[in-house]
Design a protein around this ligand. Sequence first.
Ligand code: FRU
Length: 509
Amino acid sequence: QNYTERYRPQFHFTPAKNWMNDPNGLIYHEGTYHLFYQHNPGGISWGAMSWGHATSSDLVHWEHQPVALLARGYPDNITEMFFSGTAVFDAQNTSGFGTDDKAPLVAMYTSHYPLAQTLPSGKTVDANQQSQSIAYSLDDGMTWTTYDSVNPVILNPPEEYSDQIHDFRDPAVFWHEETQRWVSVMSLPGLRKLLIYTSFNLKDWELVSEFGPVNAVGGVWECPSMFPLPLDGGEELKWVVQISLNPGGPAGNTGSGTQYVVGHFDGKTFTPDANSVTQSNWVDWGPDFYAALTFGGLPVEDRVDIAWMTNLRYGGATPTDPWRSAFTVPRRLSLKTINGRATLTQEPILGEADYSSTHWDTLPAGSTKLDFTEKALDIVLSFSESESTQFGVIVRASSDLSEQTQVGYDFEKKEVFVNRTVSGVSGFDDTFAGVFSAPLDSIESIEGKAAFRVLVDWSSVEVFGGAGEVTLASLIFPSDESSDVYIFSTGGSTNDVEVKTASIESVWV
Ligand code: FRU
């Protein structure tokens, strides 16, 4: 297989074939990044949810591994599906799953039971109940054993939410050093509420607090997670809660999205900063960013986020084959004070590439064709104050420009935008052909100038604006021949334009 099928991402992760949704169990362990993901091993649509698996030594090149957790009873008699969750390294063997010379990895995930049944542990569940279970690995994540004698370790939501047993999911577990406890955050999606549990052994869990609803509540809350980050690269640590919601994403996007809240966590309770709950904070302003999760097992300043790059409105209908769905490029997160608020900033992690740059003292109004035909590109644009109303780049354009995707900066609206109204195939969803934008009034600079960066792949553009304080992930399905690239200046000329580009090699060769 050479990963050159139509629309096949060249530097974004995809399964070789079949369906993928959320990233799960992201962990750096013993020199290897493990990427697990919601996967249907038997088809190109959602179903038979299992954990697919891939490994990497650099977050750029991935090696596919056998399915880590296969739906129980697959394929014909499925009694348990493995929904989203996370994995930790239990270095001190608190769980007791380890041996004298091997500490375990432990995964915590949602068991979705399609049928009412009595489990091997003797516990009984309702049809379509969701509970939280654990599994362990003694070979560094390659094979997993479910804890059948006790699973699920959290059978039901708390008594007062007992009407939510069909919607209780997505545990995100981490070690909290100060209190010497495991902490797990999970969601009651329909109530827009997170539940925080703690444990000494990953097996016995106690509910310690709740969080939400706050900020964006226009959809169900899924895939929550929580992690610390240094503020402005200093000593002070803040905590970030990341929550996906469907629908109710950023304005202009009628589907799903991912928000974050910054605050303080004492091992039990998350207390948001007052100025982090006055408006919705989008991790990404594009239409295609969901179920984001960060890697565990890395130093505190090294937080890497990956999201399922699609929208729940049409995630099941995108025109790819024999796989469906890609992940965003891994993004290194930082927390910077911008306009007085602790703000997430993101930087893409890519392999080595050869950059070349071109400079215009004055870029005239209109479109200027660049000399590329590669279809996987990194384009870094910088520019100064100008008479123009818009400046940007046109990618994946046909020779007559009838097909194209625009990424630009609007000087009047002070917004970065992606226009995919004529980007290619879009008939699978009536809202796909739209314009998506993110506010960027505080353009921080790359080398002292206003800047944004566009990663173009065979079926996506990802935009990083300013210092990465706004991003937009957006799928596109252009025809194969549409490979022209232009820069444009609208309503006048743009000054001091610098365009730095590199072709990005396939990571699959
Ligand atoms: C999010 C989600 C999760 C769930 C998983 C099932 O896309 O709905 O809440 O665990 O997908 O595949």
